[in-house]
Write a protein that binds this ligand. Structure first.
Ligand code: FEO
Ligand code: CA
Ligand code: CA
Length: 674
């Protein structure tokens, strides 16, 4: 199907990415028209501050153990979203920052003394029966056995003490049919193959010894593809609700597939969470009810999947509820390749960027989540049950249900005024559910969980500038919220600056630092400040954590990670239009005199965004992984704009298994061997 799109959008990405990934969300009316929290309301509230978890080291230790994975008993795998070590001091991964890179550079740019290589690319065979990638012979069957398209969330979870086995888990957010398929491809084959290119991948990695490069193992036992045809179980309070039933599933508990999986998180029990984000754009809908309008349904379904399967047509009575079965946090156990993945209704339904879990000092697990839309909210889930330590099956079985029951709340940030020159203040988690009951007058618990945005509107949370990753840092007990941008802030008829979102027409984004009260992630109150207000250094309104030396320019923070000593690593999405250079990955110390010292580690190829950073700085001289998403996004089959990472020359012979166009790819970066 032809998708003629050019130019840049005010959403800070190419028009192609905006249309295919988000359904042009930033060009549509703001979905949140509720009357919540204007600057004048928040600016006068009192400030309170408190820092750092008491006894956090013990919590961090418990959170590094992932008992669910199949691994030699002597060595538990270590979710890399959970920093190891924690002895303090500088990270072992030392580098000289790179300069910003022009957006037409079609390679991964890394610091002096480092090199990069692909770990796995779109189309690489994963399952035992997978054919070699052939872009001219794509089918749903081949794609469902190969690595999917547009990798976003990523983790590399080591499985043994010697560091020679690992599991790579990745999300596949969306497809770009224009550059994936020849123009004469059968449209139904394109649609069905695109379903298979969505979802997630689990892939075993091997290497000879620690410090060496990883390679993936085709056909390995734990390898798995999850697609739009994989059956999911819905669990939690809304499972079985009328709101989740369709002609194909009278139980309201069995859903086919997951899609638009953006970011995610690895849990302390070794499962992986993934956020279903811009699900609305896949459905044909009238867009007339408040529920549809608030979720952007009815704004068009560019891919026209309804022509191949009626479930994508929500205007029919049979499938009116099908959109309600997407927009959830899903949980996958990569150690059990035949397990049924779960959609957690207890964690609410919105445009989930991801979910990141920490074990609180009292043993309850806490998931932080962003709803990535202009003027939408930050959420928190606190489990009813407590995390159980240990490697046994009973503990694993118990922990697998921790996200099935608990309390959902939404954040209200109050400022103390900008007269002090600092964006900071206090905040409250406002309850939406408690003990399995609705806390929102007029909403049943099913309605709170299925129409979470509407329920949240009723309790007046703070409208944020597109909250993406919301990531707890085990080293200081604080939580970091990447607000990627919001060029609508302060525009006519739209909410103006607030202390936690202090800039009008915010094209560069900022990062909020949340400090839970008394270091307790389950506490109702917190304090907060802004650690970064991004942009070109020296321009009005930017702030780099108080650091007064030279910093790398940075904009549009999206995915976050931490290294072994608690430095923040920030991946960006949107710099070609905001700053005029490629997206990249940045290290940002959070403590001491170096706080806010932004240093660029890498830049991604032309058209790509940087996703899913994983920092293994204790692996030899250090190893960093990123998911390079949508390289060459503005091209077409006949006129590809990127050849990353195969670099097949134009008009040259295409080697078997390669592609004369761009392939979304997981890349590893490490110090070049001498
Ligand atoms: Fe898929 Fe919020 O980025
Ligand atoms: Ca202030
Ligand atoms: Ca993202």
């Amino acid at each position: 199907m032809a998708l003629p799109m050019t130019g840049r959008t005010h959403g800070n990405r190419s028009a192609v990415t905006c249309r295919l990934r988000c359904g042009d969300a930033c060009a549509k009316p703001v979905a949140n028209t509720s009357e919540n929290e204007y600057f004048r309301d928040v600016a006068s509230r009192a400030l309170g501050r408190r820092s750092v978890l008491a006894g956090m080291a013990g919590v961090a230790l418990s959170a590094t153990v992932a008992p669910g994975l199949v691994a030699p008993a002597a060595a538990a795998p270590i979710p890399s979203g959970v920093a190891r070590g924690g002895r303090g001091g500088p990270s072992p991964l030392r580098f000289a920052p790179i300069a910003p890179v022009a957006p037409d550079v079609d390679t991964v740019t890394v610091p002096e003394g480092f090199s990069w290589d692909p770990v796995i690319r779109w189309g690489d065979p994963i399952l035992a029966d997978a054919p070699v990638f052939d872009p001219l012979q794509q089918s749903p069957r081949s794609q469902a056995a190969q690595f999917g398209y547009n990798c976003d969330y990523l983790d590399v979870i080591e499985m043994n003490g010697s560091g020679t086995r690992a599991l790579l888990v990745a999300n596949h957010e969306y497809t770009n049919e224009e550059i994936m398929f020849p123009p004469d491809e059968d449209p139904a084959n394109v649609v069905r193959t695109a379903w298979a290119a969505h979802g997630m991948s689990v892939v075993e990695l091997r290497r000879r010894r620690r410090g060496k490069a990883w390679t993936y193992v085709p056909g390995a036992r734990l390898n798995r593809r999850i697609t739009l045809d994989t059956v999911f179980q819905m669990d939690g309070p809304a499972a079985g609700s009328e709101l989740l039933r369709t002609a194909a599933d009278a139980s309201g508990r069995r859903v086919r597939g997951t899609m638009n999986n953006c970011s995610g998180g690895t849990t302390p029990w070794g499962t992986v969470l993934s956020g279903e984000e811009n699900f609305n754009q896949y459905f044909h809908a009238t867009g007339t009810s408040p529920e549809e309008v608030r979720y952007g349904l009815g704004e068009g379904d560019e891919r026209e999947w309804r022509t191949v399967d009626p479930r994508w047509d929500a205007t029919t009575p049979d499938y009116a509820n099908e959109p309600n079965r997407f927009g959830w946090v899903v949980e996958v156990d990569p150690s059990r390749p035949h397990s049924t993945p779960v959609k957690h209704t207890a964690m609410g339904r919105f445009k989930h960027e991801g979910a990141n879990v920490v074990v609180a000092a009292n043993g309850h697990v806490v998931a932080y989540m962003g709803d990535d839309e202009r003027f939408d909210y930050v959420y928190r889930f606190v489990s009813r049950d407590r995390f159980r330590r240990g490697h046994g099956r009973a503990a694993a079985r118990h922990n697998r249900h921790l996200l099935s029951h608990g309390d959902l709340s939404v954040a209200r940030f109050s400022g103390d005024g900008l007269e002090d020159g600092v964006s900071d203040g206090v905040g409250t988690w406002i309850p939406l559910t408690r003990n399995g009951r609705s806390m929102v007058p007029g909403f049943s618990v099913d309605e709170v969980l299925v129409f979470t945005r509407l329920a949240a509107d009723a309790v007046h949370p703070t409208k944020m500038d597109r909250p993406e990753d919301v990531q707890p840092n085990l080293h200081n007990g604080r939580v970091y919220v990447a607000c990627t941008n919001n060029t609508d802030r302060g525009m006519p008829g739209k909410q103006g600056p607030t202390e936690p979102n202090p800039r009008p027409e915010n094209k560069d984004g900022h990062i909020v630092e949340i400090v839970p009260r008394h270091g307790d992630h389950t506490a109702r109150r917190f304090s907060w400040n802004l650690v970064l207000v991004c942009g070109e250094p020296g321009t009005a309104g930017t702030y780099f954590g108080g650091y007064d030396g030279a910093v790398s320019p940075i904009a549009c923070p999206d995915n976050l990670a931490f290294d072994s000593v608690g430095n923040l690593w920030v991946a960006t999405d949107g710099q070609p239009s905001s700053l005029g250079h490629s997206d990249g990955l940045y290290k940002v110390p959070l403590a001491g005199a170096e706080r806010g010292h932004v240093q660029q580690f890498l830049a991604v190829p032309t058209g790509a965004e940087t996703c899913g950073p994983v920092v293994h700085d204790q692996d030899g001289h250090g190893r960093v992984f990123v998911a390079v998403q949508h390289p060459g996004e503005d091209g077409s089959w006949e006129a590809q704009l990127s050849r990353f990472p195969d670099y097949v020359p134009p008009q040259g012979r295409v080697p078997r298994g390669e592609f004369a166009g761009p392939r979304p790819t997981v890349v590893q970066v490490s110090r070049t061997p001498r």
